[in-house]
Design a binder for this molecule. Structure first.
Ligand code: SAM
Length: 343
């Protein structure tokens, strides 16, 4: 009798499919923990479940399962009945620490979690599912509400912190004197680079409503004398001149014509021998491995009318078309890579 399995074939199970399909259970449990302020509550030390139930305002029915699920997911530790942060959640999810990256998760919870419920419609229509789903401009709609503006900009600082650190470390900053981050949000990247390289000056370029939040962030790091805000609209205005321009999470917001226009403006604004650094979750050239980059591109489908993420090879092609030389792509951290071109 023939058999459909052989000894050497790996066992086929539904486990991976079910884990992925129900992955939103885990994601939302973490997002709710961030929303409830759980990790900040535990910054002072471990606590009993009763104390956490009281402090977070949890229903008696939910508390133990919620806390133990977070233990099982590796987001909390439980020792002798007390719940505490893990080394990672204590460092990255305590809002009082400068290493806090929860801004992104707060934004994911408040906005993206709901908007991704419309993914099937976005796949069919090709149009955004967010605040701009009835037309209009995403940033205009987002920035009309000061709380959303601040939440979004803080989220960008969180997501870009490890990338900024990698760029501060890897790029040859000693060869340059001025830096401007185009679409800078709170200015997290220029702050990180200016702190690591005291000879640099410059700042960040962004839409006018961003200025107060940039100014506050830069002042909080004692860099107001070296970094300033350049107000403008990169779709209509020229970019300010510098030795180095950075565009992080910018190109992926726009369609191909928009990407090309931004690269041409960067080329025109750079000083001779100046460099442009572009970073995004660049998709691997074969488009089969960097799932995060591909999912980020679907996130751009949800968030923007024409944006998409792209491979390093595509980015190098566009840089060369815009007139850049000595172009290269370098992996940075996690799913992120940077492309560099010299004017
Ligand atoms: C996705 S965020 C990226 C923020 C930051 N570069 C980072 O990677 O963390 C895009 C930024 O571009 C800015 N932006 C969007 N449209 C713009 C425009 N037309 N002119 C100038 N800045 C713009 C937004 O305000 C926002 O700060």
């Amino acid at each position: 009798m023939s058999s459909v399995t052989s000894e050497s074939a790996p066992a086929v199970t539904p486990d991976g499919i079910m884990q992925l399909g129900l992955g939103f259970w885990s994601a939302k449990t973490l997002l709710s923990a961030v929303e409830l302020g759980l990790f900040g509550e535990l910054a002072g030390g471990p606590a009993t479940p009763e104390a956490l139930q009281e402090r977070l305002g949890l229903h008696a029915r939910s508390a133990r399962d919620f806390l133990d699920a977070l233990v099982a997911l590796g987001m909390l530790e439980r020792r002798e009945g007390l719940y505490g942060n893990t080394p990672a959640t204590g460092l990255y999810l305590d809002p009082a620490k400068p290493t806090y990256i929860g801004g992104l998760l707060e934004m994911a919870n408040a906005r993206l979690y709901g908007f991704w419920g419309g993914l099937t419609d976005a796949l069919r229509t090709g149009s955004p599912r967010n605040e701009a789903r009835h037309g209009g401009d995403f940033f205009g709609a987002l920035y009309a509400d000061p709380a959303r503006l601040e939440g979004f900009l803080k989220a960008m600082t969180g997501i870009s912190a490890p990338i900024a650190a990698a760029i501060a470390d890897r790029f040859s900053w000693a060869d340059y004197r001025t830096l401007i981050d185009v679409g800078t949000a709170q200015g997290g990247l220029p702050v990180t680079i200016a702190r690591a390289h005291p000879h640099l000056t410059g700042g960040g370029f962004d839409l006018p409503p961003v200025e107060p939040l940039f100014t506050r962030h830069v002042a909080a790091h004692g860099l107001a004398d070296r970094l300033r805000f350049f107000a403008g609209d990169f779709l209509h205005d020229p970019l300010p001149t510098a030795d180095v321009l950075v565009m992080g999470h910018i190109l992926h917001d726009w369609d191909l014509a928009g990407k090309r226009q931004l690269l041409a403006k960067a080329h025109a604004a750079l000083l001779p021998n100046g460099a442009l650094i572009v970073y995004d979750m660049m998709i691997d050239d074969e488009r089969r491995q960097n799932a995060a980059g591909l999912l980020m591109s679907l996130n751009m489908l949800i968030e923007t009318p024409g944006g998409f993420d792209y491979t390093g090879a595509h980015c190098l092609g566009w840089l060369q078309e815009a007139g850049f030389r000595d172009t290269r792509v370098e992996h940075l951290s996690g799913a992120y890579s940077m492309a560099v071109g010299v004017r």
